[in-house]
Design a protein around this ligand. Structure first.
Ligand code: LLP
Length: 413
């Protein structure tokens, strides 16, 4: 179910170079099937969270597997459209939806908006009214539960910017109960990302169901419950979050509720299906430290720098069995001290020219890559059975300034 470095044909590096993102279509298929089976007792809709990996080839693959999508920007919606994916099974979350983004979603007639504030619902209603449409919405609640994850990726705490407190949401629902241009159909709760335990989900589901019961008691119709995403994976090789256990625990809560349940996983589906390949450039000793300097860094994969993300790193070609390991920092070319992919890590001895694989890079890797220090972004390759498909070409130096507008006479004006 995961892409292992030894399964990558050597020709991939020879042909496409490094740094390179490599994904396995088979791994995504297997993970998708496993997730569907695990959650089947809840009969949910599964919307892949596009932010985790938005390459159109990956989106098409996931679409063919029968998933819907959750987007958080007009750009992500545009990607789905450019991939030829119908937009009827798309939800649109995110705190800052602009007028053009909402207009695009209305034209695309998406399934529903996940509304994060009063101002946003008013804006959606006004824009839908202009075109005589009736938009569908769920209200994003802030459940105030602790997801026990990194503070930068927890979202369900009262101090986070996400969602609304329960009272605000209840008031809003009452205000909009008969609105002709927007119909509130349910609620959304997302507690955070890289969640390892099922308890925070149970707690937030219970809070959501209590909220729904109170709205139904007021005579409001409720038909959707979007539980968000967040299923964690084992970055150290430990077991992934167990969706089957979650389904078993949630089933009694949801039975007889007449609610359509939605999940929005991103990482769980794609992270272990991708690796980032990089080539060692130099080995440098400085004081007590050994630095393995590669052609990837925080600009290629920012998770270690941003969240202290711990990804396993392995040589693409296995070292001799008797090789003495070294303790090193794997770093990149960027002029920042946070430019590391691993710190104080035990690795087999490596030489300049060796290729290393950073594992579990299929989610929040390429999507967060940047051009900082004017490094062109990497290429992306999708392995599908015996086929090797380049699904994004490597950027060229010219791509770096392709969008800059430069008057030829600028220096003489
Ligand atoms: N739904 C909503 C509303 C979200 O905000 C997110 C993630 C997801 C679904 C998907 O979460 P997942 O199943 O992938 O955990 N860049 C960070 C993760 C940020 C996640 C933000 N929201 C990282 O690299 O760990």
């Amino acid at each position: 179910m995961n892409l292992k470095p030894q399964n990558i044909p050597p020709v991939v590096v020879a042909e496409f170079g490094t740094p390179l993102y490599v994904y396995s279509a088979d791994a995504i298929r297997e993970r998708a099937a496993a997730l569907k089976t695990a959650l089947a007792p809840l009969n949910p809709h599964i919307h892949f969270s596009v932010k985790a990996n938005s390459n159109r080839a990956i989106l098409q693959l996931i679409h063919r597997l029968g998933f819907g999508f959750d987007v958080v920007s007009g750009g992500e919606l545009a990607r789905l459209q450019a991939a030829g994916i119908p937009t009827g099974d798309v939800s649109f979350a995110g705190t800052g939806k602009t007028v053009p983004e909402i207009r695009r979603a209305l034209v695309a007639n998406i399934a529903y908006f996940t509304v994060e504030s009063t101002g946003e619902l008013r804006r959606i209603a006004a824009l839908a009214a202009e075109t005589g449409q009736s938009a569908r919405a769920v209200l994003r609640l802030n459940p105030n539960v602790d997801a026990h994850t990194h503070k930068f990726i927890t979202t369900g705490h009262a101090e986070n910017k996400f969602g609304m407190d329960f009272e605000t949401a209840a008031d809003l629902w009452r205000q909009f109960r008969d609105h002709p241009a927007v119909k509130i159909e349910g609620i959304h709760l997302h507690i955070g990302s890289q969640v390892r335990q099922i308890e925070p989900y149970i707690e937030s589901a219970q809070k959501g169901l209590d909220f729904i019961a109170a709205r139904r008691a007021e005579g409001l119709t409720v038909r959707r419950f979007d539980m968000g995403g967040g299923f964690g994976i084992g970055y150290q090789g430990e077991p992934d979050f167990p969706p089957a256990e979650l389904a078993a625990a949630l089933r009694p809560l949801f039975s007889g509720q007449s609610l359509e349940l939605i999940f929005e996983p991103g990482r769980w589906l794609v992270a272990p299906a991708g690796v980032l390949l990089m080539t060692v450039q130099y080995i440098k000793k400085s004081g007590r430290k050994t630095f393995v300097i590669t052609d990837a860094g925080m600009h290629t994969m920012i998770r270690p720098a941003l969240y202290g993300g711990q990804h396993r790193i392995e040589p693409l070609n296995p070292p001799p069995a008797d090789a003495e390991p070294i303790v090193c920092d794997v770093v990149g070319p960027i002029c920042e001290s946070t430019d590391f992919l691993a710190q104080d890590r035990l690795l087999p001895p490596v030489q300049p020219g060796d290729v290393l694989a950073l594992l579990d890079a299929g989610a929040y890797g390429m999507v967060m890559a940047s051009n900082y220090n004017s490094h062109p972004r990497p290429a992306e390759v999708l392995l599908d059975g015996d086929r090797i498909r380049l699904v994004r070409r490597r950027e060229s130096p010219e791509d770096l300034w392709a969008m800059e507008i430069n008057s030829p006479r600028m220096d003489t004006d």
